[in-house]
Design a protein around this ligand. Structure first.
Ligand code: G6P
Length: 604
């Protein structure tokens, strides 16, 4: 949801801002803009509808400013127009914003700002308010203004008579900063300045930052100076680059074996799950009566796999809630309920608010999060970090598989603590989990054949994914992947449910991607597949069978490796990801930046 960056230092700012924005583009790509101090002390703005590449094309090659701010927008208030693009300007103030100022209408009325507005955005109202409250003391203006805002915000602000200085403040919306030998940086996330520093600190909420060439001063709203707490990441700039792949998505699909190994290996001791390095005690699992999993999007679908697996192996009640619904459906949680929130970014606002609500009922909250130090990770009682590395493509791939691996590790631990599985079976289970990276490597070698079969799909209007049990939960992610990046309408159905209505939509040539890997329901799924095949569907079947030549079952058979039933989902999902990826590029789209979507959704 909007990417922001600011730099002031010894180097020319423009390329730093544009490159930083390019790496933040996954947060939104409706429009982009920068503003910077010119030698004359004036503030200049360049902005345009479109992507960062469009902005780069209208930027001044001769711009030697060393202080500026940049923004890439995911539109919320007001359409995708130049006037609504950031940075916004009002009097002496130019600013960029990520978040939503909920009471902006009220502020316009109370502070009589109407005549100063040319856009439809809440952000311009904030700029006008900062300008109105500014009497030469930026900190005083910010202190007053932030007490008036209701909502979420991360602001970077330039005041015309404070050249070389960037001010920043945030509530909820994420922002990280660093000072290094090149100067001071601030951004929505670390990928924007990782090329300059692996050290960074998370900007605390309701603190004012003053960034200059000489350093960063952090103060609370009473004006008391606070020492920033620096962290360091283990990955570097190459992890956030395409490294020869045409798209981030393809690169991230191929990174799954390594991401799984990084996530699984540190949690295994003596072939049993061990979370001591994560500071997750066994007491978290003791007396657990039920589990509620809460998340959005792909993370929620990973939760659905977690639910089906935990419930069927441990016989423990597990529910999955969409985070934006959870808060309004009177959740039934007691002190012995465990609530697991799942989020790649750790910043999704609905998931965060769900966590906050869950904490009112139970201390057993655990977050499965990829981004270190993110808000959800900080606020949850316990955190299990996935180690997928930075995920840039909007459509999540490697984050999903490591989330499922995390659920499997947790399920194994929970089963041991509750006495529902014995050590021998736990060791066997862990052994199988350790083999998933190799199995995915085998699948990745078939990528070209998947590309070939999508040629048949790209003309389709609709597609269906069907399966039973774990295969059904996985199908939901398969359908989501396909529709979000290829814009082919796709739906997932429990294979046995089709005949209760949806089979009416199956006609000649409609692609049905069927998965039949679960032995206990295998023959039933095959019967369901025959039902759609008989009605003209073009069936692509994923199964562990050696060969299927029966044309009344499928048109194309993809053979999966002979892995135990609970683990074939890791292989199947990689096929789904590749189908979606190749369908998207086959239709001429950019799979990394699907229309209207953003990777990190920080609005409710
Ligand atoms: C957005 C993204 C999805 C993602 C979801 C949850 O909708 O487009 O790819 O799955 O947010 O994000 P999170 O960071 O909480 O996992």
């Amino acid at each position: 949801m909007c990417g922001i960056i600011g730099f002031t230092g010894k180097k020319e700012a423009q390329d730093i801002l544009l490159d930083g924005l390019a790496s933040l583009e996954y947060r939104g790509y409706d429009s982009a803009g920068i503003s910077y101090f010119k030698d004359t002390g004036k503030i200049s703005i360049r902005k345009t509808v479109g992507k960062v590449a469009d902005l780069r094309a209208i930027c001044d090659d001769e711009n030697n400013s060393t202080c500026g701010i940049g923004h890439t927008r995911w539109a919320t208030h007001g359409g995708v127009t130049n006037a609504n693009a950031h940075p916004h300007k009002s009097g002496k103030v130019s600013l960029i914003h990520n978040g939503i100022i909920e009471n902006y209408h009220e502020l316009v009325e109370t502070y009589d700002l109407k005549d100063q507005l040319i856009s439809e955005t809440d952000t311009e109202v904030a700029a006008a308010l900062f300008n109105k409250l500014y009497d030469g003391n930026p900190e005083a203006a910010i202190q007053k203004a932030v007490k008036l805002f209701r909502g979420s915000f991360a602001f970077c602000i330039l005041f015309k008579d404070q050249p070389g200085t960037i001010y920043a403040v945030r509530n909820v919306s994420p922002m990280v900063a660093t000072y290094c030998e090149d100067g001071s940086f601030i951004a929505s996330d670390l990928t924007a300045f990782i090329a300059y520093s692996k050290r960074y600190f998370i900007v605390p909420e309701y603190h004012i930052l003053t960034l200059t060439e000489k350093g960063i001063v952090l103060k609370d709203l009473e004006g008391k100076e606070v020492t920033p707490e620096y962290l360091e990441v283990s990955w570097d700039v190459t992890a956030a680059q395409k490294e020869g792949y045409p798209h981030y998505m393809l690169k991230e699909i191929h990174e799954q074996p390594a991401a799984l190994t990084r996530t699984i290996a540190p949690r295994i001791k003596d072939q049993l799950p061990d979370f001591s390095e994560d500071n997750i005690p066994d007491s978290l699992f003791e007396h657990c009566t039920d589990i509620t999993i809460v998340a959005c999007g792909t993370a929620m679908y990973a939760g659905t796999v977690g639910r089906t697996f935990i419930q069927s192996t441990l016989h423990l009640p597990v529910t999955v809630s969409i985070a934006s619904e959870f808060r309004y459906e009177e959740p039934v949680i007691t002190e012995n309920s465990m609530v697991i929130v799942v989020s790649q970014s750790g910043e999704t606002i609905d998931t965060l608010e769900a966590l906050r609500l869950a904490k009112k009922y139970t201390k057993k909250t655990l977050a499965i999060v990829n981004v270190k130090g993110s808000t959800i990770a900080r606020e949850s009682n316990y955190v299990l970090y996935t180690h997928a590395g930075p995920e840039i493509a909007v459509a999540s791939t490697k984050a999903y598989t490591v989330q499922i691996a995390s659920f499997y590790l947790l399920a194994c631990k929970l089963g041991l603590v509750l006495g529902r599985i014995d050590e021998k079976s736990a060791r066997e289970f862990i052994g199988m989990l350790q083999k998933t990276p190799d199995s995915i490597e085998t699948i990745l070698k078939q990528a070209e054949s998947v590309e070939h079969l999508t040629k048949r799909m790209i003309h389709a209007q609709d597609a269906f994914f069907i399966g039973r049990g774990l295969d059904y939960t996985l199908s939901m992610e398969g359908a989501l992947k396909l529709k979000e990046i290829s814009y082919i309408h796709a739906e997932a159905y429990a294979a046995g449910e089709l005949k209760h209505g949806t089979i009416a939509l199956i006609s000649e040539g409609v692609p049905v991607i069927a998965v039949a890997t679960q032995k206990h329901v295998y023959s039933k799924v095959i019967s369901n597949i025959r039902e759609v095949k008989a009605r003209g569907a073009y069936v692509i079947l994923l199964s562990k069978d050696e060969k299927i030549t029966d044309k009344s079952i499928c048109n194309v058979h993809i053979r999966l490796p002979e892995t135990p039933d609970a683990f074939t989902i890791f292989d199947s999902v990689v096929i789904f990801q590749l189908i979606a990826y190749y369908a998207s590029i086959g239709k001429g789209f950019n799979p990394d930046q699907p229309r209207n979507l953003a990777k990190s959704v920080t609005v409710e």
